[in-house]
Design a protein around this ligand. Structure first.
Ligand code: NAD
Ligand code: DAU
Length: 343
């Protein structure tokens, strides 16, 4: 059966990959992408689907209540998937305010629209960062859906606040919601301020590779397509009011990822520069994905060895995409973040 889905934040990394996945898998669905096009949104990313008659792009802020209501009146969506967010931890440490605006108040506006116009499902794309971190010396510990919320950064606090609001709208107003909490994604169209694309781009330009602290922090990496498939399953078959953790048991230390990228690109490890640590830096993330596996049959399909090769190839083949980004306003961010950060 045909469905109408509003995807917010679809000009960003995961949202765009989700749109590609959905348009390919469900040719009868109508996908409406709502995106403010912040520094992280890139319309050129959506170029391959712009002429698809089942796709519509609307430049809009999720905090713009009037605009959002008008779009709902026009499109009568069945499902909303909310990816739109300020997503970079370092930027949230620099300036938390916009994180609270978009990630919390924007979520409220989207859910109010869902209440007002009726919806079959509101899905909130959340993160494993809401659980805080795990110690390095307890490899037996994992985040489950029952792990208490314990946030570290303004970013994770804003995402956790949004999650609480989503659950409150379910209990108080009966809004049919689901939440996914995924681990670190990597893959095509990843904005080059994040670890993996930053290191690939810097390696290719023979620039220093800034590793925070000792590089011992552990992240649990998942290929972006696997995350998109998980959300696809949740919005179709997930139970209302439920949270689903998404992750593929692929924990790696930052320093090992950076060394691997150097090796794959034939660049010397002497490019690695240890810089001042991130404030409040989470040590280890590790997802227990048992629930989504047993309830919905989800399993990751792309092994890290293959995913990282595919990702590096994508950055080699699509230089113009990331070069346009790093030559623009991003230069100012890079200078603020990394110049004088050297230890
Ligand atoms: P991203 O920064 O690449 O993209 C965010 C998108 O949201 C951009 O297109 C931006 O223009 C848009 N946006 C920002 N503010 C907006 C607003 N006020 N109104 C409308 N659009 C707005 O982010 P991403 O990495 O693709 O993450 C997407 C979602 O997934 C986020 O909610 C994030 O918290 C979550 N998440 C990300 C990861 C990860 O590893 N990247 C992992 C788990 C969860
Ligand atoms: O876990 C899910 C989260 O993953 C998402 O919710 C966030 O939106 C997403 O940005 C990501 O957060 P991280 O903080 O884990 O990702 P980031 O790529 O910024 O950093 C990954 C690790 O690499 C982290 O330990 C910090 C480190 N790092 C990062 C950068 C940008 C460096 O050592 N050097 C760097 O220059």
């Amino acid at each position: 059966m045909s469905k109408r889905i509003i995807v917010t934040g679809g000009a960003g990394f995961i949202g765009s990959n989700f749109i590609f996945h959905m348009l390919k898998k469900y040719p009868s669905y109508r996908i409406i992408c709502l995106d403010k096009l912040t520094y992280a949104g890139n319309l050129s990313t959506l170029e391959p689907v712009m002429n698809n008659p089942n796709f519509r792009f609307v430049k809009l802020d999720i905090c713009d209540r009037k605009g959002v209501y008008a779009l709902f009146e026009e499109e009568h969506p069945d499902i909303v998937v909310n990816f739109a967010a300020e997503s970079h931890v370092d930027r949230s440490i620099e300036n938390p305010e916009v994180f609270l605006q978009t990630n919390i108040l924007g979520t409220q506006v989207m859910m109010d629209a869902c209440r007002k116009y009726g919806i079959k499902r509101y899905h909130q794309v959340s993160t494993d960062e809401v659980y805080g971190d795990l110690p390095l010396d307890r490899p037996d510990l994992f985040f489950t859906e029952k792990t208490p919320i314990h946030t570290s950064s303004p970013y994770s606090a804003s995402k956790a606040s949004a999650d609480l609001l989503v659950l409150a709208y379910h209990r108080t107003f009966g809004l049919p919601v689901t939440i996914s909490r995924c681990s670190n994604n990597y893959g095509p169209y990843h904005f080059p301020e994040k670890l993996i694309p930053l290191m690939i781009a810097s390696c290719l330009n023979d620039k220093p590779l800034p590793v925070y602290g000792k590089g011992e922090n552990v992240r649990d990496w998942l290929y972006v397509e696997d995350h998109c498939k998980a959300i696809d399953l949740i919005i179709h078959n997930g139970r209302e009011g439920e949270i689903y953790n998404v992750g593929g048991h692929n924990e790696m230390r930052n320093i090992d990822i950076v060394k691997l990228i150097c090796k794959e690109l034939g660049k010397p490890e002497s490019l690695i520069t240890y810089v001042t640590d991130r404030k409040g830096h989470d040590m280890r993330y590790a997802i227990d994905p048992t629930k989504i596996h047993t309830e919905l049959g989800w399993l990751p399909e792309t092994k890290f060895e293959d995913g990282i090769k595919k990702t590096i190839k994508w950055y080699l083949d699509n230089r113009e995409w990331w070069e346009a980004i790093i030559s623009g306003e991003y230069q100012n961010y890079y200078k603020r973040m990394y110049i004088k950060r050297d230890k």
